[in-house]
Write a protein that binds this ligand. Structure first.
Ligand code: ATP
Length: 628
């Protein structure tokens, strides 16, 4: 006799409203009750099947959740309501759980995703809402997952469950692309959602998504009640006058358009320097663009075309890009970046800008400037697209990822630490790229941070990305919290980026490389303290022990170099902009430091951009506490 389980069952039945169809007799063994099955020794309940027995209301706490030996639980087709109890996570041996056709509500019960032995999970036809959790991926033994007829919303998480044979999320409020791992299921598994695409449904268009359908029901198809009353004379007069005015307005518009067209024909067409159109690329034999791609200038009506820059190696057009499969790399301060794999195999990154305030001409002019920048440590912009609703930038995909991912990606076990030589190499190559922008291009980067430092796969040299975009946005865009840690104090007040604010951002980047701490993280000991002030707050004698990344601590021979680089970083983050060095001075200090190692390392040569500053402008970096 399973005494404890019997108690739990009796307690369940006594606390829940039901239609008395079960007739469980307390004087009999629970193993003989309707719906109950026990293990061979009758010591515990292993299966409870109570489908359609008229249970009404919430599952009473500490009743069914105490049946820890359950393999099968079926409560389907009752009128159970409220949340699915979190205590279900106790039922760790459950193989099959059937809760469909009830009135359960609330978010997806994450407790269920702890039941890793589940093979069948059916919670369909309830009123569950909110997102589907990614932790569904824990249920690796699932062969059937039934979530249809609920109110789940958001995207379908990319869960890859190899044994899954039946899957259904139809009739919910889901949107976004169907993950590749679930694309093998038929369209009926996904039908009647808000805005799902990809997989068995029509392909997604990541850059020009269809507008989210209105959650309102479609206009009623009920026949409109006929109004047999005749229109009054006043109404007839009103309608005639309005009609007349409308026709007049249309005529005026037509005349205006004709005049404009004539003028624009006579105006000399200007082309921003360095920009070539898709047609020009096609003519140069580097594009597969079709014949219908119009040539001429960007300004001259070459709408809806990708504009490539000279020297690019790509040969695709907008239609190819729209057909590409795309994966979100991340959401930044100015938009979302996608990794797009074109049908012919080329992989590029497309950045979809949001809240651009620049007008078309300004945008194109700035793109012409940005697209002309060529340096081995600057990620080239390959193409752009501008329309009223959509602004896209295209650049190379860097498979080695960003410095941010490398430093903060997966700490702990399984991580390959970033050694000192590589950190110094990244510091040096970033300094070279930024110095080139400042001295040769006379361009402020405006958004220096570790996710904008991308690494070359061959040698982990760095490339700076996302430069020169500030003029496209209003001043507030770049002051959001995600980039706060790199923002110079004066930028937060004046909302204007300068060469010196780039130097500040670079200084924070050096501190990040040395400490392994993210400038945005709140765990710097005290609240409201940023990375520079935190480093400054540690007394110099303690730097080695407290400030440097533990991953660097194994190699004592480089301590002196680490302290030197830290001093350079601290000079860059001086509060007063004038006290910060120029970028080319910073570069030379790092190069000097590096050459005094006696290394013959090929990647660490002197750069041409660092030769400019005079001897007297060389700076001896102040130690912590010297900066005001
Ligand atoms: N060309 C690229 N190759 C590989 N990864 C990239 C590339 N461009 C961006 N990423 C990565 O994609 C993610 C999103 O980048 P994105 O530039 O949109 O945002 P961000 O760098 O976080 O912020 P911001 O918009 O302020 O630059 C980041 O992790 C970034 O490192």
């Amino acid at each position: 006799e399973p005494t404890q389980d019997k108690q739990s069952l009796l307690s369940f039945l006594s606390q829940i409203h039901h239609e008395n169809r079960l007739q469980w007799n307390p004087s009999e063994s629970a193993c003989n009750w309707i719906g109950v099955q026990c293990d061979p020794t009758n010591s515990s309940v292993t299966s409870l099947r109570l489908p359609g027995v008229g249970l009404v209301g919430e599952i009473p706490p500490n009743t069914l959740t105490s049946l820890t030996q359950l393999r099968i639980l079926s409560l389907r087709s009752n009128r159970l309501s409220g949340a699915i109890p979190a205590g279900f996570s106790n039922l760790t041996l459950l193989r099959s759980l059937y809760l469909q056709n009830n009135q359960f509500s609330g978010e997806f019960p994450t407790a269920l995703t702890e039941l890793t032995r589940l093979t069948r999970l059916d919670i369909s036809s309830n009123t569950l809402s909110g997102p589907l959790p990614f932790s569904l991926a824990n249920l690796t033994h699932l062969t059937g997952l039934f979530l249809q007829n609920n109110e789940f919303s958001g995207r379908i998480p990319s869960i890859d469950l190899p044994s899954l044979a039946d899957f259904n999320v139809s009739n919910n409020r889901l949107n976004g692309s169907i993950p590749n791992s679930l694309a093998r299921f038929p369209s009926s598994s996904f039908e009647n959602n808000l805005d799902l695409c990809g997989g068995p449904l029509p392909p997604c268009n990541p850059f020009f998504p269809s507008p989210t359908p209105s959650p309102l029901p479609p206009p009623s198809s009920a026949p409109v009640r006929k109004n047999n009353r005749k229109l009054s004379t006043a109404a007839i007069v009103g309608i005639s006058v309005a009609g007349g005015v409308l026709i007049l307005l249309l005529l005026l518009c037509l005349i205006f358009l004709l005049i404009r067209k004539r003028r624009s024909k006579t105006r000399k067409v200007q082309k921003p320097p360095g920009i070539i159109t898709a047609r020009t690329v096609a003519e140069a034999g580097t594009s597969s663009s079709k014949d219908d791609i119009t040539g001429g200038s960007v300004e001259g009506g070459d709408r809806n075309k990708l504009v490539f820059f000279e020297g690019g190696r790509y040969s695709f057009d907008l239609e190819d890009l729209l057909r590409a499969s795309a994966e979100v790399l991340g959401k930044g301060s100015v938009g979302t970046s996608y990794k797009a794999v074109l049908e012919e195999g080329t992989t590029v990154v497309v950045k979809r800008l949001k809240d651009v305030t620049a007008a078309k001409r300004e945008f194109e002019q700035q793109m012409a400037v940005v697209g002309n920048v060529k340096h081995e440590n600057v990620l080239p912009l390959r193409a752009f697209y501008f329309s009223k609703d959509e602004k896209l930038l295209v650049c190379d995909f860097m498979p080695a990822g960003s410095l941010s991912a490398l430093l903060h990606g997966s700490r702990g076990t399984g991580r390959t630490p970033l050694d000192w030589d590589n950190r110094l190499r990244i510091a040096l190559s970033t300094a070279r790229g930024l110095t080139h922008l400042h001295t040769t291009e006379k361009m402020v980067h405006g958004n220096i941070k570790s996710s904008n430092i991308l690494l070359k796969q061959e040698n982990l040299d760095a490339c700076i990305s996302d430069f020169g975009l500030n003029p496209l946005f209003s001043n507030t865009t770049f002051t959001n919290h995600r980039i706060m840690g790199y923002r110079a104090p004066e930028v937060l007040e004046a909302r204007k980026v300068t060469f010196k604010s780039d130097v500040y951002g670079f200084g924070v980047l050096l501190l990040e490389l040395l400490t392994g701490k993210s400038p945005n993280q709140a765990s710097l000991g005290e609240e409201e303290i940023d990375l520079p002030r935190w480093v400054q707050s540690v007394v110099r004698e303690e730097w080695t022990a407290e400030v440097f990344d533990v991953e660097l601590m194994s190699n004592h021979s480089v301590e002196e170099e680490m302290v030197q680089l830290l001093q350079i970083g601290m000079a860059c983050v001086a509060i007063v902009p004038d006290q910060r060095p120029e970028m080319q001075e910073v570069l030379r200090m790092i190069e000097d430091m590096n050459s005094s190692r006696g290394d013959t390392d090929d990647g660490l040569r002197h750069s041409s951009d660092s030769q400019t500053p005079s001897k007297e402008s060389r700076l001896s970096p102040p130690g912590p506490g010297v900066t005001p």
